[in-house]
Design a protein around this ligand. Structure first.
Ligand code: HEC
Length: 145
């Protein structure tokens, strides 16, 4: 007799090594979708996985939520000395921030503030910034060309 399981793997009862006396242990243990409820269980699992992924993605979005560019521009006065009034650094040893990806700017600035990225120059300028300040600054700099 041929069994067909849900993953379309066929195996033949007669092909089992019957002389071992332990045919059940030898046979592959793969669930058979021989009932409707079994199939529904698989579909439900897939739906739950999709839901989890959707939640993970939408849950992450506040991290790159647009800040207030005007407020960011005001705050950027403290950064202009090194990163330039328009986000283009005058000193070639300093990075340009204009047009950089917003999410990256947020992460980089928070990393300096929280000590996960260390630079003595940056540390003192970002230590007093709130998450909102950082979002605003990042929106502003990323909007520059
Ligand atoms: C005294 C000079 C100076 C000032 C002022 C300054 N920075 Fe910086 N900034 C630097 C230097 C130097 C680096 C590169 C440090 C490194 O190598 O990690 C840097 C790096 C950065 C980076 C990472 C860039 C990248 O491409 O990885 C960001 C974001 C940043 N600064 C934002 C700011 C913000 C926002 C302010 C104002 C609140 C500011 N900086 C003020 C000197 C300065």
């Amino acid at each position: 007799m041929i069994y067909r399981n849900f993953f379309s793997i066929k195996y033949d009862d007669n092909a089992r090594p019957s002389n071992t006396g332990c045919a059940d242990k030898v046979a592959p243990v793969i669930p058979k979708a021989n009932s409707f409820s079994n199939l529904m269980e698989v579909i439900t699992m897939k739906k739950q996985a999709l839901l989890a992924i959707t939640i993970a993605i939408t849950g992450m979005s506040p991290a790159i939520q647009a800040g207030d560019a005007a407020a960011g521009k005001t705050k950027s006065a403290a950064c202009a000395g090194c990163h330039g009034a328009n986000g283009i650094a005058g000193n070639k040893n300093y990075p340009n921030l204009a047009g950089q990806n917003e999410g990256y700017l947020i992460k980089a600035t928070k990393d300096y503030r929280d000590g996960n990225r260390k630079d003595p120059m940056m540390a003192s300028f970002v230590k007093g910034l709130s998450d909102a300040d950082i979002a605003n600054l990042s929106t502003y700099y990323s909007s520059l060309k």
